[in-house]
Ligand binder design. Structure first.
Ligand code: 5GP
Length: 120
């Protein structure tokens, strides 16, 4: 089983600012926030990326969305709006190979335009 920084955050060997935890999910503030509210929502199961989810993981993926809505409410960004993002793989900008979703809000976020690569 691959050991990532997020496994160590989940097991408490690396400290984090926890905002939510249950048997399946752990959520905490991002160490380098890209918005006034920037929380990472992580399944405790060390799934490397969205590419590796199986049918048995669909419930926790749904639950993560439910937790995101709950946290958006608690953190005061539900009404103003927010973004829930998964970065998958190198081109998607994923740097930690343990599935996670970014909950971002608290300010008007920039447009999601990808990069300047040609799509012709
Ligand atoms: P990714 O780029 O893989 O989608 O997102 C990884 C995120 O993890 C980044 O936003 C980064 O700031 C965050 N991160 C990396 N290491 C740590 C850490 O030790 N603690 C916390 N709280 N966040 C981390």
């Amino acid at each position: 089983m691959s050991e990532t920084i997020f496994s160590k955050i989940i097991d408490g060997s690396i400290p984090s600012q926890k905002v939510f935890e249950n048997e399946r999910i752990y959520a905490f503030h991002d160490i380098q926030p890209a918005a006034p509210v920037h929380v990472l929502i992580v399944p405790k199961k060390p799934i490397p990326s969205l590419n590796e989810i199986g049918e048995e993981d669909l419930a926790v993926i749904g639950e993560i969305h439910h937790v995101a809505v709950q946290l958006a409410e608690e953190l005061g960004i539900a009404a103003s709006g927010y973004r829930l993002i998964n970065n998958c793989g190198a081109d998607g900008g994923q740097t930690v190979p343990h599935l996670h979703f970014h909950l971002l809000g608290g300010a008007k976020l920039g447009a999601l335009t990808g990069n300047s690569a040609s799509h012709a």
